[in-house]
Design a protein around this ligand. Structure first.
Ligand code: NAD
Length: 260
């Protein structure tokens, strides 16, 4: 199994986990569209990865909640490379509040980026995958697709929702050779998590050290963060796996925080 010549769209790939997945795919010879809010950041990543090789990367400015922007980005990618083999719907944010304090506009913003983003990007790529008779759709879930934590009502709701969407796509896509799966990482040290540490400490009235050691890593088998490379290896597996045998699944990569 390898990704040589495969064309992948990865959202939110100018930073963090998405960036790491793009790097892993390009290192294996894939062509990767780096889709993110900032074209400048996407171009920086695309340049870095193309120079690294042996694959190549292309920058796309894309807000995943904007249907026109998603469709335009997918059209651009298909114009340049002639099709799309893999979607990694990864763009995401975190907002933490107790439910009774959660501003409605922030709830809607979070759900829109995670769920509308997964829906719109899937809707845009599926016709191309169906035409080709194959494809792999990967959603970035979380341990929070299976577990709950205080302060994270919107995030937990969105990440649980992605499991349902992937299962429907796996059933609708099967006759066209299209698979859909979800990666469920534990805590990974990216800007998204760095931002949460002081926020959670304040909301829960504990120290930042306690947030890391008790809240984030307390239930792992070895109190270690999951790494970007760990998650990228799981993405590689879902992307490269060649048959419908592996579809409708979710794989937890979390140092044993959640076991199923
Ligand atoms: P990150 O903040 O480093 O990267 C997120 C990227 O998404 C950024 O480049 C950002 O610009 C982009 N983005 C945000 N809103 C967007 C939008 N509307 N349209 C397009 N791009 C947008 O965060 P990360 O930790 O790498 O998170 C990536 C994904 O992994 C998210 O879905 C997150 O929920 C998930 N995840 C993260 C962790 C973790 O511990 N870091 C754990 C489990 C799951």
């Amino acid at each position: 199994m390898n990704l040589k010549g495969k064309r992948a769209l990865i959202t939110g790939s100018a930073s963090g986990i998405g960036h790491g997945i793009a790097k892993r795919f390009v290192a294996d010879g894939a062509k990767v569209a780096i889709a993110d809010l900032s074209l400048v950041a996407a171009e920086r990543t695309a340049k870095e990865l193309t120079e690294m090789g042996p694959g190549e990367a292309l920058a796309l400015e894309m807000n995943v909640t904007d249907e026109a922007a998603v469709n335009a980005g997918v059209a651009e990618m298909v114009k340049v490379w002639g099709g799309i083999d893999v979607l990694v719907s990864n763009a995401g944010i975190q907002i933490v509040h107790k439910l009774e304090d959660f501003p409605f506009n922030e709830w809607k913003k979070l759900l829109s980026i995670h769920l509308d983003g997964a829906f719109l990007t899937s809707k845009a790529v599926l016709p191309h995958m169906y035409e080709a008779g194959s494809g792999s759709i990967i959603f970035m879930g979380s341990v929070h697709s299976k577990e709950a934590s205080p302060l994270k009502s919107a995030y937990v709701t969105a990440k649980h929702g992605l499991l349902g969407l992937a299962r429907v796509i796996s059933k609708e896509g099967a006759e066209h050779g299209v698979r859909a799966n979800v990666i469920c990482p534990g805590f990974v040290k990216t800007p998204l998590v760095e931002k949460q540490i002081p926020e959670q400490a304040k909301a829960l009235g504990i120290s930042e050290k306690e947030v890391v050691e008790k809240i984030m890593l307390g239930d792992t088998v070895d109190t270690e963060f999951t790494t970007i490379e760990d998650v990228a290896n799981v993405a590689w597996l879902f992307a490269a796996f060649p048959t419908n045998a592996l579809t409708g699944q979710s794989l937890v990569v979390s140092h044993g925080w959640y076991m199923n």
